[in-house]
Design a protein around this ligand. Structure first.
Ligand code: HEM
Length: 215
């Protein structure tokens, strides 16, 4: 039987490809978008991580979600530095969530408040992705818009507290394999993970509509 980390990875594979090849991501990675689109995307991430991390301390004491909560993953402070760089010191006054982002953040918050196992699905979908494909996005962003390497603008993608991402991801998969949930609950987590990917894709779709290429 496949380990849970393999099950969750396999189950979300198709949606991963969909997210990766979405018009917005392709345009972003292809260097075809302006820095404004990147800033708008970063704003959306801020709402998502606000939902993910505002309950983290309480969840750290939860027997199911607790082992996943690791301060070295926290991204909110890094996002805030990036936004101050991208939008200026008064960025908070202008930041707005797209309806798709609002729906995503609401769902994360709902899980954080009422269903710790479901929260794991959102945790996995974001942080493991940031540690993986996020590095490709960082590289592109640095090259396209000239941010200082690992500096302001791309700090979201820089995990200062994780020196060996491959080892961290291995340990994370072991945590998933040992998750304290029965088979039915594991299936529900997989379902929530698919939902998390769909919520991400919806945000990309909305961003794609906001930043269509003129070509
Ligand atoms: C252009 C965008 C993206 C690229 C280029 C990309 C690329 C990658 C790569 C290369 C890996 C494999 C890393 C490894 O095996 O260690 C990976 C893993 C992952 N990505 Fe992405 N990704 C992108 C977007 C996303 C998005 C939007 C999400 C979800 C929000 C996501 C979630 C994940 C997750 C959860 C994993 C870990 C899979 C596992 O090992 O269980 N990725 N990504």
């Amino acid at each position: 039987m496949d380990s849970f980390s393999t099950v969750i990875r396999t189950a979300s594979h198709e949606q991963h490809v969909e997210a990766e090849t979405s018009t917005f991501m392709s345009d972003l990675l292809g260097g075809r978008l302006g820095v404004d689109a990147y800033a708008r995307y970063t704003e959306q991430l801020w709402f998502v991580y606000e939902a993910l991390e505002s309950h983290a301390e309480r969840l750290a004491a939860d027997p199911v979600a607790g082992p996943f909560v690791r301060p070295e993953l926290y991204r909110l402070a890094a996002l805030e530095r990036d936004l101050a760089h991208l939008r200026g010191p008064r960025w908070r006054a202008g930041v707005t969530a797209l309806p798709a982002t609002r729906a995503y953040a609401d769902r994360v918050r709902e899980c954080a408040e009422t269903w710790p196992a479901g929260y794991i699905a959102h945790h996995y979908t974001r942080y493991l992705g940031d540690l993986s494909g996020g590095q490709i996005i960082r590289d592109r962003a640095e090259k396209t818009w000239g941010f200082e390497k690992k500096g302001d603008g791309v700090r979201f993608y820089v995990f200062e507290g994780i020196t060996n991402p491959a080892a961290f991801k291995r340990a994370y998969r072991e945590l998933l394999d040992g998750v304290r949930a029965d088979e039915l609950e594991k299936q529900r987590i997989v379902g929530e993970c698919k939902k998390a990917f769909a919520l991400n894709t919806a945000v990309f779709r909305a961003l794609g509509e906001e930043f269509p290429l003129s070509a």
